[in-house]
Design a protein around this ligand. Structure first.
Ligand SMILES: Nc1ncnc2c1ncn2[C@@H]1O[C@H](COP(=O)(O)OP(=O)(O)OP(=O)(O)O)[C@@H](O)[C@H]1O
Ligand SMILES: [Mg+2]
Length: 305
């Protein structure tokens, strides 16, 4: 057997064993404070037949709450994360060349995209990172969102959209790098915009613990990690603050390190770990040096740099 055949056979097996059979996976979410407010607003918007959008900084929990909401709605869930690589055909669909060879250019050889599937089946479509998409691509969703009809350009056919079809958008504020100003046509079709920020100290602590259930962090370690996040976010030298992934990541890393070294987590271990995690989790204002910044931050919060 050639190496190529061998590796493609191996891939087929791997793919079979790793297939996600049900995308509607429950999310272990802390539904309190701003997240509860957002969830309630999403419920009201849904019941009022209005599409909803979530806006907030990197890693504040937008996608997590959207996934939770879609799961609780018990509906088929589709999503696309927008970027420059997403084309209208990624959303709507395209012909499969091998099927075209067999059936010609017809619906039998057409592979629908996630937007088309959710529009026709009455599912929930999450437009993740909506303002990172090209205007031309976003425009391909307009008719389905308002006039309840969807044009499939390759088949030159209009289809009617299911009454239950629902769109949720999530995105970073438009001042953030890589985002664009949302075209007014799409912005106006999403009527309820919910703004999230980073959670309060106690809520972030709960979220951090929910995301590392296998570790036992002392109350003091938890406080120090959250304090590092809070100080970073409040520091005028910080351009891009640390996300929830940073507090969760630091908590997990510190715990694993302490386990390997068979020691208790102390200030020195927190400082060492933070030096490995923070530099690439934040961005400083131009001209500011990360080493000097970390020294100032760690001395203030854990007393060792
Ligand atoms: N309320 C919450 N309860 C539990 N975990 C949460 C909660 N909010 C966020 N998280 C966790 O925090 C991390 C970041 O959340 P998420 O990916 O939803 O952020 P985001 O705002 O979509 O980020 P990005 O802007 O990068 O897309 C994830 O690991 C997520 O599971
Ligand atoms: Mg996200």
């Amino acid at each position: 057997m050639s190496k190529q055949v061998e590796s493609s056979k191996e891939f087929s097996k791997l793919m079979e064993s790793k297939k996600i059979l049900d995308i509607k996976e429950d999310v272990n979410l802390v539904l309190e404070g701003q997240y509860k407010m957002a969830y309630d607003a999403m419920t009201d918007a849904y019941n009022a037949g209005l599409f909803v959008g979530l806006v907030g900084p990197v890693g504040c929990g937008k996608t997590a709450i959207c996934r939770k909401f879609a799961f609780d709605m018990k509906r088929e869930f589709y999503w696309v994360t927008f970027s420059d690589l997403i084309r209208p055909s990624t959303l709507i669909g395209s012909f499969d060349p091998t099927l075209v060879f067999k059936y010609g250019f017809s619906s039998d050889s057409y592979i629908p995209g996630p937007f088309t599937l959710s529009a026709l089946k009455g599912g929930v479509f999450l437009a993740n990172e909506l303002n990172r998409g090209d205007e031309y691509v976003l425009n391909s969703m307009l008719d389905a969102m308002e006039e309840k009809k969807l044009y499939i350009p390759q088949l030159k056919t209009w289809l009617s959209v299911d009454e239950e079809f629902y769109v949720i958008a999530a995105m970073n504020p438009s001042e953030l790098k890589g985002t664009r100003k949302l075209p007014s046509a799409i912005k106006d079709r999403i009527k309820v915009w919910i703004h999230l920020g980073y959670p309060s100290r106690s809520l972030e602590q709960k979220i951090m613990l929910t995301n590392c259930p296998e570790y036992k962090l002392s109350a003091l370690t938890q406080e120090k990690i959250i304090e590092l996040m809070i100080q970073c976010r409040a520091d005028p030298d910080v351009d891009k603050p640390p996300s929830l992934r940073t507090s969760i990541g630091l908590a997990r890393f510190v715990s694993e390190r302490a386990k390997r070294l068979k020691v208790e987590v102390d200030n020195k271990l927190i400082a060492e770990s933070a030096k490995l995690i923070l530099p690439d989790s934040i961005e400083l204002r131009p001209g500011k040096q990360i080493d000097a910044f970390l020294k100032k931050l760690l001395t203030k919060v854990v007393g060792v740099a």
